[in-house]
Design a protein around this ligand. Structure first.
Ligand code: C5P
Length: 234
């Protein structure tokens, strides 16, 4: 597809930011923790705002945090956020609530609000693959030896690591394919923690774009330490 046709695609980004951050044990939810003077969520929104191919951004938030997020968007001059919608109990529901708010789009990009080190070029790479393949995600190959253990942490077997990837965001899907996957999901719900999982289990082929190990998801206390170190060397 030529650059002109790619530029004519309408791409809406969804940023699920309704997590409670309980694993971090912090009082401030992970997406609001400040790195280099800006909340983690604002780092993500700032990058998406700068990607020309993205025309709109929808954020899902806990009801009690909707106003804080609207204020952040204003204070940090994020231009493309069209809606802040209420999130759900699970991340997939938060994404779906935002998806339901899209009025018209050719492609949907989903990016976690707690992955602040995403770069514009990585976003564009996944968008290009999403447009070529209909569905694409960022992921990194597994480099450690992988063991499967029982509930007492006794190793049962080794898992061949060739072909194993750790899924990240951004993830980009054709609006129609994701819409169809949701319709099928409603008839036959599947266990999936991300939208790629929903699409794969419904039979869609999803392309992997190799991402960066620096695109960490801030989940635990040690992730936060790592995030401060990454921020310091950028
Ligand atoms: O909890 P998890 O690590 O999967 O969170 C990934 C992203 O999903 C975070 O940005 C978090 O705010 C968001 N999330 C959400 N709604 C939930 C749970 C998580 O929007 N119910």
């Amino acid at each position: 597809m030529g650059a002109a046709s790619i530029n004519s695609m309408r791409i809406t980004a969804i940023v699920p930011a309704a997590g409670r951050g309980t694993r971090l044990g912090a009082t401030v939810p992970k997406q609001f923790i400040e790195l280099e003077g800006r909340p983690v969520l604002v780092h993500c929104l700032g990058v998406l705002d700068n990607v020309e191919l993205i025309s709109a951004i929808i954020v899902s938030a806990s009801q009690s945090e909707t106003e804080i997020i609207r204020k952040m968007i204003k204070d940090f001059c994020i231009k493309k956020v069209t809606d802040v919608v209420e999130g759900g109990k699970e991340r997939t529901q938060s994404v779906r609530n935002a998806f339901n708010r899209i009025s018209s789009a050719d492609y949907v990009l989903i990016h976690d609000a707690v992955r602040p080190f995403i770069t514009e070029s990585a976003v564009v790479d996944v968008i290009h693959a999403g447009i070529s393949y209909g569905a694409a995600i960022s992921a990194v190959p597994v480099t450690d030896t992988v063991k499967f253990a029982d509930k007492d942490n006794i190793i049962v077997k080794n898992i061949e690591r060739n072909g194993l990837w750790l899924a990240q965001t951004p993830q980009v899907f054709s609006y129609d394919l994701l819409s169809e996957a949701y319709r099928m999901y409603d008839r036959n719900p599947v266990e999936a923690t991300d939208e790629s999982g929903i699409m794969e289990l419904q039979g869609t082929k999803v392309k992997i774009v190799q991402g960066s190990i620096f695109n960490i998801k801030i989940t635990t206390e040690s992730d936060l330490i790592l995030a401060k170190l990454i921020a310091g060397i950028r």
